[in-house]
Design a protein around this ligand. Structure first.
Ligand SMILES: C[S@@+](CC[C@H](N)C(=O)[O-])C[C@H]1O[C@@H](n2cnc3c(N)ncnc32)[C@H](O)[C@@H]1O
Length: 382
């Protein structure tokens, strides 16, 4: 999308779209009860082409938080929002600092620091810890080393708090088989087990393992992974890992995932058209979606629907009765799986007499989270 200023780094466009959607929803929900501390641990700017930095994670966050502050103030809720933007490279930092110093928006304090965020974790924790504050942490480093659990553990333990981490899955899967690379901080001591796997199975296992470790370390209730594709290849580039302790967060993030997928296909279709035009020299008149080709996302969705369905069935088989909410949480933590998929499986099982549903106020009531619906396999329910 040349006109968006993201040409040749469309994966950043997709990432920024997801960050914007997530923060727009989360800041309004969280901001009605808490003050907000927003920390971008690897802020940049990096490859920005916009003089106002509207194409950077920090520029987008500031913009969204400013709008959320104004929106909440209109509703009579005046909160304080503080932003801490961290950047290690002095050249990038100078630009970041100039941006921070320019922002004088009422109610939002912006501070930039020339830190290595790993070395200053205690300062970040201290910054995030006043009573009544809710920290949002973004960790978006180059490569994968700084996403290691021991490096970021104190940030994961901030409570309340939510974390978004860029997991460079495309690099990591390449290094799993390299005997010289120790991935234990990222994927656990037993990571060599992953060497038995390949292709989409390996990619799934890497992301799942990382999510499980993040969940355990931060005692999060839910961890979701939003896939970001490469713009010009039928492959995933990285995943945005999102950790929360609240089901509402999952609801919001799955909507973000859906809308990000929509943008992904639009952006990639434009890139494919540009490549065709460069090759043939012919200008195409029809919509770029007409000739769009993509298989990887569909494959991920198909495979994850099978995995999630199996997992929900397993959950039901393990207990006498399982709440719909627990099945929902389990299913939706699989990338590209949505509530509509879960409802489809449950309807199918119920129709086939394989599942009993309890707690419906009337027989036609649609299964919903927080409605007290519970599920059991016949013969198991008490
Ligand atoms: C991928 S770029 C960030 C892009 C930015 N989040 C965005 O989406 O616009 C990574 C940035 O993190 C910085 N960085 C790398 N290691 C860091 C560290 N340990 N502490 C702070 N910043 C770091 C790099 O200099 C670079 O500017």
């Amino acid at each position: 999308m040349t006109e968006s200023g993201y040409q040749d780094r469309e994966q950043s466009e997709i990432k920024h779209h997801a960050i914007r959607l997530y923060l727009e929803a989360a800041a309004r929900i969280v901001g009605s009860a808490f003050d907000i501390k927003y920390v971008d641990c690897c802020a940049g700017p990096w490859n920005s082409r916009d003089s106002e930095y509207r194409d950077t994670s920090f520029g987008i966050a500031f913009d969204v938080l400013k709008a959320s502050h104004a929106e909440l103030a209109k509703r009579g809720r005046v909160l304080s929002i503080d932003c801490l933007f961290i950047e290690k490279e002095p050249d990038h930092f100078r630009l970041l600092d100039a941006f921070a110093k320019k922002q004088t928006s009422l109610g939002i304090k912006v501070r930039a620091e020339n830190w290595d965020f790993v070395e200053r974790i205690d300062d970040i924790v201290h910054y995030c810890s006043p009573r009544g504050a809710f920290p949002f942490i973004l960790i978006d480093p180059w490569g994968w080393k700084l996403a290691g659990i021991s490096q970021i553990s104190p940030l994961l333990k901030l409570k309340p708090g939510e974390v978004v981490i860029n997991l460079m899955s495309s690099f990591i899967t390449r290094f799993v088989n390299d005997p010289a690379t120790d991935l234990s901080d990222l994927l656990g001591e037993d990571f060599p087990e992953l060497r038995k796997l390949s292709g989409t199975e390996l990619e799934f296992a890497v992301v799942r393992k990382y999510c499980d470790l993040i969940k355990r370390e931060g005692k999060f209730s839910y961890v979701c992974a939003l896939p970001v594709m490469k713009p010009d290849t039928d492959a995933f580039n990285f995943y945005l890992i999102y950790a929360t302790r609240h089901p509402k967060g999952v609801e919001v993030f799955k909507q973000v995932e859906k809308r990000t997928e929509e943008l992904t296909h639009l952006v990639r279709a434009d890139v494919q058209r540009r490549q065709r035009q460069e090759k043939t020299g012919n200008f195409e008149l029809f919509d770029s979606q007409v000739l769009y080709r993509e298989r990887k996302y569909q494959q991920l969705a198909e495979e994850n629907r099978v995995r999630a369905k199996k997992r929900v069935w397993q959950l039901l088989a393990e207990s006498d009765s399982v709440s719909y909410d627990d099945c929902w949480a389990e299913a939706l933590q699989f990338p590209a799986v949505y509530q509509s998929d879960l409802r489809e499986w449950l309807t199918e099982w119920e129709k086939d007499g394989k599942l009993q549903v309890k707690g419906r106020k009337k027989p036609t009531e649609v299964l919903k989270r927080s409605y007290g619906h519970s599920l059991a396999l016949p013969g198991k329910s008490r």
